[in-house]
Design a protein around this ligand. Structure first.
Ligand SMILES: [Fe+2]
Length: 332
């Protein structure tokens, strides 16, 4: 199976050299003709055998939870071909610092795009924005989407089947462009990958807390001051989603230090109120059923009952059951 992805990568490499087209366009065209002639369990068997028998390319997305897991199958230091396995995590509203395309290999997702207008910058990497939904569509097996850089392509994917598996061809090492993560209440924080150096400083800080609490606290305060706010917030989000192996004791210390550092800033109030609202009014049906995931998403994003029913009826021509309708009716 590895050859299929290596051949795809080489073909795109050659076209990028010869043609005056960007990676988004070329990868989109190549994904249109790319097919895997296997079913899900055959795909898993072939991938298992690849992973046992061969070393992988240099991996990207090592320190975050984008894809469960993300696996890189081609990497030429300019672009990668990744496979993402989605089991339960809904991705946030975000744009991209990179370009490329993705294709649904198995499963299905609800794909929403958004208009974003920036109202003011709290800090250079934290902003207040207005978000409105632009479009909503289902992506089924074989569907392809182009990823372009910047605000014009801001999206969210609600993965409906478990697993939903996507193939993504994307540029790497894009340092010129910002990538934003938008909270639905209008808070936007720049998305930052935690670099290896920063991560090591946090690990060292965790060690120091086992040695001498006072010295460790001084070190952590300095580290937080030295980092940008978005770096600290991205690290915090990863701690909270258990994407990094830090101890509970350290997570609590970091949480308290973050509170102390940012509690007087306007944007931090928005951040806290976002999660407070989520706690108070968040439906989690903990289900692998696409229909229940849709109902949950409709409720959590404040769709009307009619809109939720319409969402269900347009998923694979589904006919809502009495149970579905009763559940929707029970929402206040
Ligand atoms: Fe995305």
């Amino acid at each position: 199976m590895r050859e299929i992805f290596q051949d795809l990568g080489k073909k795109i490499e050659q076209r990028l050299d010869k043609e005056n087209l960007d990676l988004a366009q070329i990868s989109f065209e190549e994904l249109e003709v790319f097919t895997l002639k296997v079913n899900l369990s055959e795909f898993e068997t072939e991938l298992s055998s690849l992973l046992i028998n061969q070393d992988l390319e240099k991996q990207v997305n090592l320190y975050n939870n984008f894809g469960q897991p993300p696996i890189t199958l081609f990497n030429n230091n300019h672009f990668v071909i990744d496979i993402y396995f989605w089991l339960h995590h809904d991705t946030s509203i975000h744009d991209h610092s990179f370009e490329g395309s993705f294709k649904v290999l198995f499963g299905s997702s609800l794909h929403e795009t958004f208009n974003i207008s920036f109202e003011k910058n709290y800090e250079k990497d934290i902003a207040k924005t207005k978000i409105s939904k632009k479009s909503s569509e289902y992506l089924y097996q074989g569907h392809i989407k182009k990823i372009t850089r910047g605000q014009s392509f801001t999206h969210r994917l609600i993965h409906l089947e478990a697993p939903t598996i996507t193939l993504c061809i994307r540029s790497i090492n894009d340092i010129k462009h910002k990538q934003w993560h938008h909270f639905s209440n209008g808070l936007s924080i720049e998305k930052k990958e935690i670099n290896e150096s920063t991560l090591k400083k946090f690990y060292y800080s965790e060690y120091l807390f086992l040695r001498n609490h006072e010295n460790a606290q001084v070190f952590l305060n300095q580290l937080i001051q030295e980092n940008s706010s978005s770096e600290n917030m991205n690290f915090y989000e990863q701690l909270m989603t258990q994407a990094l192996p830090f101890s509970e004791v350290f997570i609590e210390v970091f949480h308290q230090t973050l509170l102390h550092t940012y509690q007087k800033r306007d944007w931090f109030e928005d951040y806290q109120s976002f999660y407070k609202n989520l706690e108070e009014r968040h439906l989690n049906l903990e289900s692998d059923s696409p229909i229940l995931r849709l109902i949950e998403h409709g409720y959590n994003t404040n769709l009307s009952k009619e809109e939720i029913r319409a969402l269900l009826s347009s998923y694979k021509s589904y006919k809502p059951t009495l149970d579905d309708l009763e559940l929707i009716e029970s929402f206040s």
